[in-house]
Structures are given as structure tokens and as C-alpha cells.
Design a protein around this ligand. Structure first.
Ligand SMILES: [Zn+2]
Ligand SMILES: [Zn+2]
Length: 287
């Protein structure tokens, strides 16, 4: 079944890797770290939105909810690829987390992490030495979901199936796949393939309508950064090609890659995989 109408609304709020950047020359693609918004257009849009990672981009996402530019749902599900700083550092600036009327679920598939471990990850970055408001005082009702709570966490909205898969990254990280009504969106960031393209990742991305894939490095840069946990443009394209992906978005831009560089790279990559685009903070996709 393939629905001719868009099913998912995806908006990129942070596409920068490793650290936010704000200097001139980086404004076109943006400097916020990883945060991706997803909701189901076919839903009544009042039930659930899903946010992938809480990098600095989540600040603007929260503002857009308050401004009525995104659905103001009671339930927000935050799913995490992993907990490196660039993927969690925006949470203290996420306005809905200060609203007692909101229910926020935080999910990680990391098997070794208990609920208390998940809580500690977020409480630590907001302990009083680092931030004036402590995590437990934010106000929203925040629940932690471990892999045992998978169904409660990820299938709260039965109209969308969300699956995940562990991939190679220092400490491990997870890809996510959302499917509904014949449409699929896959997010694979902070992923290092190794010498060969990871066949499990190719299978996970199989026939996706949209793939948002790590592309921190050029091939030459990747050689100098083996073991750092990221992919090259060529690897992202090869994954998309082999998986039969319809549209590819590069993300986790290296902080050294300015707008000129990314524009040039995008042109170059399109000659090899025509339906690819450089991820940009604020870009929207209707899948
Ligand atoms: Zn990262
Ligand atoms: Zn990472």
C-alpha cells in the first residue's frame, strides 16, 4: 500500500554535528546540533509528536510549539540515538518541558540503562554547578522508557510503528525507522560504517521514502577520523543506493564545513545520487 497523500511531516531543527556553530558563513545551513521533529499528518495531530534527539535545535522547536507553528500536543515522545552532548544539550532550553500540562516520554533502547540511569543522564547536565534550574524542577511530567517499555513508549500512537537498531558509534547509537500507511522515514546518525557499508544498516533503510543519514566527512576526512563514529557523503549515498531509498538527506555536518563547502558538496553529490539534499536547519519534508 502506498498512500499518495503525505503521511509524515518531518522538520529538521538541528543538522550540525559535534558542537553548535554560529559564526558568519554558517547561517544558510544553520548551526544547531541534532534535533528532528516528526508528526503524523493523517492523525488528528493532537495526540503525539515525536522528537528525535535534543540537540540545541530543540530550543527553536519548543518555541514553534508555543507559537502554534507545530501541534501543541499533550504528549511528546523524545527518542534518543545516544547521549553524547550534542544530542542532549538543548533539553534545558526546551520550553514545553517547563509546562506542567505536558507529558514528556524519554526513550532509549540502550539495554544496559535502567530508568534511574536515564534520569541521571539528564539530571547531571542540569545539576546546580551547570544550570540554574534542576531537571526535576522543570515542571512537565517526564517519564523514562527503557526497552522493556518499548510498546508503551513507541506505540502510544498505534498508527505509526517505530523501530530501532543499534549501529556502530563510540558507546553505541541507534537508528530509528518510522512507518505508517506505506510510508517510511529512517534516521541514521552518529553512525560509522567501517571499511564496508554495514549490511544491517542497508536492510534497516530498505525502500525508505526518506533517509536522514550521517555525512560528517568527505572520504579524505573519514580516513583521518576512523573510530570517531561518523560517515562520509559517499557512504551515505551508497547506503541509500543499495537500500533503494527514494530521498536522501545528509546530516551531522562537521563544524568546519561552512555554507560554501556544503553547497558545493551538495552539487557534487547530486550528480551521483540525484535525489539527495544537504540537511538544513528549518527544512521540512512531507512524506
Ligand atoms: Zn553527534
Ligand atoms: Zn555521538
Amino acid at each position: 500500500m502506498n498512500n499518495p497523500q503525505p503521511v509524515f511531516h518531518i522538520k529538521l531543527y538541528g543538522t550540525r554535528g559535534s558542537t553548535p556553530v554560529c559564526e558568519p558563513g554558517f547561517q544558510k545551513f544553520g548551526g544547531n546540533t541534532t534535533c528532528i521533529y516528526a508528526d503524523l499528518l493523517t492523525n488528528d495531530r493532537s495526540k503525539l509528536i515525536v522528537i528525535f534527539d535534543a540537540g540545541t535545535g530543540i530550543r527553536k522547536l519548543g518555541q514553534d510549539i508555543l507559537a502554534g507553528k507545530l501541534p501543541d500536543t499533550e504528549n511528546i515522545l523524545l527518542v534518543f540515538s545516544h547521549f553524547h552532548l550534542d544530542h542532549i544539550q538543548g533539553l534545558p532550553f526546551f520550553d514545553p518541558a517547563y509546562n506542567p500540562a505536558k507529558k514528556i516520554g524519554i526513550f532509549s533502547p540502550h539495554r544496559e540503562l535502567k530508568k534511574s540511569d536515564l534520569h541521571n543522564i539528564f539530571a547531571t547536565q542540569m545539576q546546580k554547578e551547570y544550570f540554574p534550574v534542576q531537571f526535576d524542577k522543570m515542571g512537565a511530567h517526564i517519564d523514562f522508557y527503557t526497552v522493556e517499555d518499548y510498546h508503551a513508549a513507541l506505540n502510544a500512537d498505534s498508527q505509526v510503528a517505530i523501530t530501532y537498531q543499534l549501529h556502530n558509534h563510540p558507546g553505541g547509537a541507534y537508528s530509528y525507522r518510522m512507518e505508517s500507511q506505506g510510508k517510511s522515514v529512517v534516521i541514521c546518525t552518529d553512525l560509522e560504517h567501517g571499511r564496508q557499508i554495514d549490511p544491517q544498516t542497508v536492510e534497516f533503510c530498505r525502500d525508505a521514502d526518506l533517509l536522514i543519514h550521517d555525512a560528517q566527512y568527505t572520504a579524505a576526512e573519514l580516513e583521518k577520523h576512523r573510530g570517531w563514529g561518523h560517515s562520509s557523503y559517499a557512504q551515505a549515498m551508497e547506503t541509500a543506493e543499495r537500500a533503494g531509498v527514494k530521498q536522501l538527506v545528509f546530516t551531522h555536518h562537521d563544524p568546519a564545513h561552512d555554507d560554501d563547502f556544503l553547497l558545493k558538496k551538495e552539487r557534487y553529490c547530486r550528480e551521483k545520487f540525484p535525489n539527495c539534499i544537504m540537511g538544513k536547519d528549518g527544512a521540512e519534508f512531507f512524506i
